[in-house]
Design a protein around this ligand. Structure first.
Ligand SMILES: Cc1cc2nc3c(=O)[nH]c(=O)nc-3n(C[C@H](O)[C@H](O)[C@H](O)COP(=O)(O)OP(=O)(O)OC[C@H]3O[C@@H](n4cnc5c(N)ncnc54)[C@H](O)[C@@H]3O)c2cc1C
Length: 383
């Protein structure tokens, strides 16, 4: 790839990663979709390639590679055209474990980050609640101080990897001292073992993302040791806002990969499908539509790379990350729909790859910060 962002080393890494994903993952995705699961040994398989800890420190099993290795990996994950798989893996490596890397101490990293990077533990991130999604500051899952730890009570919604996770990085509201019902001041992060007594996990069915498990998780007086508090008490909201920037860049890169996949499918199909005596792609209206979508894809890609570059240089870049997430995910939804149209009825069949992209990309503009919230951030920062 001829680009100012990717060194020859990253290009080689991308090629190897693409080959690995196409040989070892792509052929199994249909089965996992219908079985509604990703087998546990898949995490180990990816860990064997070093893919679960590209940006994590070597001291905890990671490879500590420059960030554009992660960009290349996430783009290739998106290009698989399977939202559930890329969701499960990106939540594990770029969302849940981010909190351990940013706020965890050495013991916590040894206990959770290292096994996650090595594929021995599956991680999940539990922030959203049934009544609190976009507005993180209104969570109500409560942590009451006990002698040497906390008792947790409350419910988390839409937890990716929730059914199979070994631990969940969980946002809670501290209930010692005067308890505010809302507000960001007393939110903390705890690592909760998924097998702890009092944890109940219930799977939810979704429109797409079929192979990814999503759970509602209920905590009923779950006892958590004080050593599982990430960072300082009541610093949770600050860490969440910081980690959200990586989450948004990752979501944007994944969406660009999905756009590439939709266009690849459409270009192949319209080149083969004959209508009115010639290939569909031979009709000017179709050629122009594809050319238009390809130019939108390139414009969004450069914005996303720019946000990733700012992130790689340690900038918070709230507005640029929000713009990248907004543009790339809105484009993914649009392109998947327009490409499905080019397939005619064949695109509407449940197991058509373009139909899966249509279902799966629909979540892109909702999860990880909805488009409306991205627009709020951009307006707050730049208006
Ligand atoms: C399959 C799946 C996987 C997920 N994985 C995880 C996970 O692993 N961990 C986790 O914590 N969460 C996860 N989520 C939750 C996801 O991040 C939330 O769904 C998302 O943040 C939106 O929250 P909400 O669904 O509560 O919508 P709400 O916040 O209730 O919003 C509803 C609508 O109102 C809009 N809206 C909200 N506020 C405003 C405003 N101020 N102005 C204008 N419009 C507004 C929103 O954009 C949205 O369109 C997942 C969700 C799904 C569906």
């Amino acid at each position: 790839m001829d680009s100012i962002y990717f060194s020859p080393e990253v290009d080689t890494f991308r090629e190897q990663t693409r080959r690995f994903l196409r040989e070892h993952i792509a052929p199994r995705l249909d089965t996992w979709e219908s079985e509604r699961r990703i087998p546990r040994d898949t995490w180990k398989l990816l860990a064997g390639e070093g893919l679960l800890g590209l940006h994590h420190p070597r001291a905890y099993g990671g490879r500590e590679l420059p960030f554009f290795h992660s960009v290349a990996y996430l783009e290739e994950l998106g290009r698989l055209g399977n939202g559930g798989f890329r969701g499960a893996m990106s939540v594990h490596s770029y969302m849940a474990t981010t909190y351990l890397q940013l706020a965890g101490d050495h013991e916590q990293k040894l206990a959770y980050l290292k096994p996650a990077v090595e594929g021995d533990m599956i991680s999940a991130l539990a922030i959203t609640e049934p009544h609190a999604g976009s507005d993180v500051s209104s969570i109500s899952c409560e942590a009451r101080a006990t002698g040497d730890g906390y008792a947790i009570r409350g419910t988390k919604a839409f937890v990716t990897n929730g059914m199979h996770a070994d631990f969940m990085v969980t946002a809670v509201r501290m209930a010692d001292g005067p308890v505010a019902a809302t507000g960001s001041g007393n939110i903390s992060l705890l690592v909760i073992d998924a097998q702890a007594p009092g944890v109940t996990r219930t799977p939810v069915e979704k429109l797409g993302w079929h192979c990814s498990d999503t759970a509602t998780v209920h905590f009923e007086d779950v006892v958590v040791d004080g050593s599982r508090l990430l960072g300082r008490k009541n610093s949770g909201f600050m860490w969440i806002m910081k980690a959200f920037q990586l989450e948004r860049v990752a979501a944007a890169v994944l969406a660009i990969g999905e756009v590439d996949r939709a266009l690849e499918l459409a270009r192949r199909y319209t080149g083969e499908r004959q209508v009115f005596g010639k290939a569909l792609a031979g009709h000017q209206v179709v050629r122009h539509r594809l050319a238009e979508l390809m130019s939108h894809a390139e414009a969004a890609r450069q914005l996303v790379y720019h946000a990733a570059w700012l992130h790689s240089r340690g900038k918070l870049a709230m507005s640029e990350c929000a713009m990248a997430k907004l543009r790339a995910t809105e484009l993914a939804v649009d392109v998947a729909g327009q490409c499905l149209q080019l397939f005619g009825g064949h695109g509407y069949l449940a197991d058509a790859p373009i139909a899966r992209l249509f279902r799966d990309t629909r979540l892109d503009t909702i999860a990880g910060g909805a488009s409306e919230i991205m627009r709020e951030i951009i307006a707050d920062t730049d208006l």
